[in-house]
Ligand binder design. Structure first.
Ligand code: GLV
Ligand code: MN
Ligand code: MN
Length: 400
């Protein structure tokens, strides 16, 4: 395995969609996403892989084995949030590419085929829900429903897939799924462990909401007569934090977007659009938390005389990965002499949905300072290589 080659690929991919501030903007199905897909497909072609594209634009690159059987699939995504780093998603895809390059270098012929999957719109930053490609692939979301999802400008997934030339007709049946990813949190870096053996992924619920009150003059409207939509949303935000603390057991709640209308210094905001992201690993507490979030939205509206609307835009249940696959990741890390720890994933991943259709597991490597979904996201090149080595070990076993 060539760690320098992997690092070079990460850097080259990280140039696609880079902004003057140094962050990466490769929103799903944008021009930058198309360019990144093109670069990746050119690398796949150098290895003579068979390329398939399915109806939601997932790309599969297959290295055939002796047997014409269901492939062992490694994968992740290459879309990003706004102003992202270069590792989230890309490490899983390029680590998988490095595994295939290594198999070629060593002239290894596997029994089973080995494939790389590149899933469409994992991030959900432009089109909701997130993990869209793996949801459609695993039958958890209808393709027509996915095509109809609109971005803030009203453009649909269906239109963008056609525009960038990635609405295909192929499909694939995986035998196993493995995803290498940066942890995106503080656990591995702060404890000095090298590999996270991921046992499952927490549930993720998203909502898009809007409060409507009354726009009015900031100087003349007495406090008691106001129906301030932004104040309602601000109070909701504070209460979401308190809810997460009260529920505990790692519950997290985030208002990532808040847009007042008309957004003017001397106008009481008549409208406020907001989003809520709530996550929890325990199924019962996840269900309870979702119910409580929805009550908080209603209660804050009532207190401030607002009308409200709320649309749930994602609802990925907590999952636990296949025990034998998790054990395999752990044993490969240990046999490479890498310290490791079992952990759940706080971030969403395509593996969350792939686990519904085949035995699945994930490999985490440390994120420096636990930073991710920001341009400061970093992972040491040696850790990227370590993760790819674990992936290679697992794939060699599973495809033998
Ligand atoms: C995806 O990256 C998510 O966890 O939001
Ligand atoms: Mn990711
Ligand atoms: Mn992400």
């Amino acid at each position: 395995m060539d760690g320098a080659r992997l690092e070079k690929a990460l850097r080259e991919m990280g140039e696609v969609g880079v902004t003057p501030s140094g962050g990466v903007n490769r929103l799903a199905l944008s021009d930058a996403d198309r360019e990144a897909r093109g670069l990746l497909v050119s690398w796949f072609r150098e290895l003579n892989l068979e390329i398939k594209v399915d109806p939601i634009g997932n790309i599969f690159a297959i290295r055939w084995g002796h047997e014409d059987s269901e492939p062992v699939v490694m994968g992740s995504h290459i879309d990003t949030v706004r102003d992202a780093g270069i590792y989230d998603g890309a490490l899983g895809v390029l680590g998988a590419l490095e595994v295939l390059r290594t198999l070629d270098d060593a002239d290894v012929e596997t029994v089973k085929p080995v494939a790389v999957a590149v899933f469409t719109n994992e991030e959900g930053a432009r089109f909701q829900p997130d993990m869209m490609g793996s949801m459609v692939f695993t039958g958890k979301l209808g393709v027509e429903e996915a095509y109809a999802s609109r971005d803030d400008d009203g453009v649909t997934v269906g239109q963008e897939l056609v525009r960038i030339g990635y609405r295909g007709e192929d499909s694939l049946t995986p035998s196993r799924y493995l995803e290498l990813h940066v942890e995106q949190g503080p656990v591995l870096h702060s404890t000095g462990q090298k590999i996270g053996v991921v046992e499952g992924v927490q549930g993720i619920a998203w909502w898009h909401g809007c409060y409507e009150g009354q726009a009015n003059h900031a100087g003349t409207t007495p406090i008691e007569l106001r129906r301030d939509a932004l104040l309602g949303a601000s109070e909701l935000n504070v209460r979401l934090r308190a809810l997460a603390e009260e529920l505990g057991r790692g519950s997290v709640a985030t208002m990532g977007r808040l847009r007042p209308v008309p957004d003017v210094i001397n106008v009481v905001p008549g409208e406020a659009e907001f989003t809520v992201d709530f996550r929890q690993y325990d199924m019962e507490l996840f269900t309870e938390g979702k119910r409580r979030v929805e009550s908080l939205v209603r209660e804050a509206a009532d207190r401030h005389g607002l009308s409200w609307s709320l649309r749930q835009s994602a609802d990925a249940q907590p999952v636990r990965f296949d025990g034998a696959m998790v054990d395999l990741v752990e044993s490969k890390a240990m046999s490479l002499g890498l310290s490791c720890t079992r952990m759940p994933s706080g971030a969403g991943h395509d593996a969350q949905f792939m686990s519904y259709v085949c035995p699945t597991a994930m490999v985490f490597v440390p994120s420096i300072g636990g930073r991710s979904h920001c341009r400061e996201e970093r992972t040491d090149p040696r850790d990227c290589e370590n993760g790819a080595r674990v992936l290679l070990g697992c794939v060699l076993d599973l495809s033998a």
